[in-house]
Design a protein around this ligand. Structure first.
Ligand code: ZN
Length: 341
């Protein structure tokens, strides 16, 4: 029996009173204790709205962090945030100002306890929390200490593992690592990327997931996607390695993506968090659109392994648009239960 439990890739837009709308990495609207309260309120709100939209596995919507990588790094000692340096990101696709690792990294304390516990207290739905994956972290930070990417990735994996274990104890059902760097460094994925993920999930008994994708609709990503041609086959190189990994679920884009859908067959044995919602356009999918994507994937993935999802995070999206899309996602998942369940 397939229940097509719908979920989200991770981030959701923030309400206007928490951060500037329609902006990626938007500044907060308030500070101090008021900001703490605003983050909690926003977390509760997005959890409830996901339930209303028919999302079965809800996330905190990353309401408590500005950036999906730096939101974790802010809690790590051994990093100099004061002196940011320019670095070519994702194999020089674009340049960003990044902090520098200047000593052995260690966690200063809990990272996502507040939002995880807040969300847990207000929903009976399954709860997912996302964190950046080790490879994506080392691709988003400069190094003046380790001198070796693999060694630095493993050090971060250990910190992610500490937080992941604590999140599991908080009652989180799914812990997902975001690895947009995975389709850029395909050889490194096999050489050490999966190993680093294994280290990050060591000892967990909750569901584990990895999100890989071709990135947000920012200009550098759009130009890069143009350069990839009509068929994106990067996943051909990494899906077999992911299939052999101990990660349970893989989140990938499908709606309006140039990833050949038959490649999903290479994820044998994995749950597929199937991107049925395009986060890069303003057209609201219909429930039938969502169903069609599920139906196409069902040719290559056993139906009980399909979890309808968004292609990627929705953080920079307009609030009403995002909720309209998520409502379509929930409705499309219900159609799939009716027709394929
Ligand atoms: Zn993504």
């Amino acid at each position: 029996m397939a229940d097509f439990a719908a979920t989200v890739a991770g981030s959701l837009p923030k309400p206007f009173w928490l951060a500037e709308p329609n902006t990626l990495w938007a500044p907060w609207r308030t500070e101090g204790e008021e900001l703490t309260r605003a983050k909690r309120d926003a977390t509760i709100l997005v959890v409830k709205l996901q339930e209303d939209a028919g999302i079965a596995i809800v996330s905190d919507g990353e309401q408590s962090r500005r950036h999906f990588v730096h939101g974790f790094l802010e809690f790590v000692d051994g990093i100099d945030f004061a002196h940011q340096v320019p670095m070519g990101i994702r194999n020089n696709r674009y340049t960003a100002m990044v902090p520098t690792v200047t000593g052995p990294v260690s966690l200063r304390g809990r990272v996502h306890a507040d939002e995880a516990r807040t969300a847990r207290a207000h929903t009976r739905a399954k709860l997912k929390i996302t964190m950046p994956g080790p490879m994506t972290i080392v691709d988003t930070i400069a190094d003046r200490h380790y001198g070796d990417r693999t060694e630095m990735a493993m050090a971060f994996a250990d910190l992610l593992n500490l937080e992941a274990r604590a999140l599991e104890a908080d009652g989180v059902d799914t812990i997902q690592f975001d690895e947009p760097a995975f389709n850029v460094y395909m050889d490194a994925v096999k050489e050490w990327g999966i190993e680093a993920l294994h280290r990050a999930i060591d000892g967990l008994s909750c569901t584990t997931a990895v999100h890989i994708c071709y990135g947000y609709g920012i200009k550098a990503n759009l130009e890069w996607k143009q350069s990839l041609g009509g068929k994106w086959t990067q996943y051909e190189a990494i899906f077999p390695a992911l299939a052999e990994s101990r990660i349970k679920q893989v989140s990938v884009e499908a709606r309006n993506a140039k990833v050949p859908i038959e490649l999903l067959a290479l994820l044998k044995g994995k749950d597929v968090l199937l991107g049925c919602i395009d986060v890069g356009n303003e057209t609201v999918e219909t429930a039938e659109d969502v169903f069609r994507t599920i139906e196409q994937a069902a040719e290559f993935v056993p139906v009980e392994r399909i979890f309808p999802c968004t292609n990627c995070g929705m953080a920079p999206m307009e609030w009403d648009l995002a909720w309209a899309k998520l409502t379509a996602l929930g409705a499309g998942a219900a159609l799939a239960r009716e027709r394929l369940g």
